[in-house]
Design a protein around this ligand. Sequence first.
Ligand SMILES: NC(=O)c1ccc[n+]([C@@H]2O[C@H](COP(=O)([O-])OP(=O)(O)OC[C@H]3O[C@@H](n4cnc5c(N)ncnc54)[C@H](OP(=O)(O)O)[C@@H]3O)[C@@H](O)[C@H]2O)c1
Length: 295
Amino acid sequence: MNILLTGANGQLGKEIRHLLANNNSPLGPVSKTLREAKLFSTDVAGDNIQPLDITNAEEVSSFLETNKICAVINCAAATNVDGCEENKEFAEQLNEVGPKNLAVACKKADAVLLHVSTDYVFSGDNPMPQTEEAICAPNTVYGKTKLAGENAIREIWPKHFIVRTAWLYGKFGKNFVYTMMDLGKNHDSIKVVDDQHGSPTNAADLAYEMLALLDTENFGTYHCTGNGATTWNVFAQEIMNQAHLNCTVEGCSSEEWAAPAPRPVWSILDNKHLRDTIGDKMPSWDVSLRTFLQD
Ligand SMILES: NC(=O)c1ccc[n+]([C@@H]2O[C@H](COP(=O)([O-])OP(=O)(O)OC[C@H]3O[C@@H](n4cnc5c(N)ncnc54)[C@H](OP(=O)(O)O)[C@@H]3O)[C@@H](O)[C@H]2O)c1
């Protein structure tokens, strides 16, 4: 089995590579089929990586054909939420045209497509955990282009998994946990927003569930986040506590923080489809944070 991984140099892409190479998830083993698969790790550029630009339809299609790809895991995306507001065309290319190109190529090659999406497809106004069937109403360029990418895949190719996640952190990226730890080492006190709610997600756990899904034919849309919910402020406090950092985390409002793109107030996803199919092994967000910091 030949698998194509796109965006393989990103935070989640590296986590997938790490898990396939080491089979070391606390959530369970990776299947033998996937461990023995030949992985083609690609990204738009970078050292020791095969170049593949997902915005180039011909390049994508010929890559799948030449390498007899049976499954594609798409971790490539424009993920800078504020950057997407400033450069809409770039966001559209990466988050909409790229997934569309992959879906077309997968259809031609009869390959399964596993695509990663986001909580930003929702409006962020609903305090209830959102199931996969909840109505999407994004209000950022990032969210709108990610939803357009999802919809392009749905229209083109039924053999897909669309996995929405949120508040992602991991050992391979610049992310909230590392930022808080750096701040905690150098400051006695910091301010973190306390009016946005969501579920921190360890990329290693997400990678495990993605590979578990890929081992099935239960195609469709899935939510996959750490279980339970919190605010960025409480998340930051928990990071300081668990990392034994002597830094007070004070609250502030989103208004005070004033990010260029609006952030969802409520970003809690319900992993319902996982529970109903392969089972939801995602740990509570605080348990997973402990595992991450211990590692
Ligand atoms: N991070 C989060 O908190 C979060 C939350 C919810 C959902 N998600 C979703 O999770 C997925 C993975 O996110 P991540 O945090 O791993 O993102 P990431 O670290 O930004 O990785 C994205 C990768 O895609 C690459 N890329 C850029 N343009 C490309 C192109 N034209 N062709 C191929 N690859 C290209 C990037 O390369 P360069 O770095 O060189 O540009 C980067 O290596 C995305 O779909 C994202 O929307 C993330």
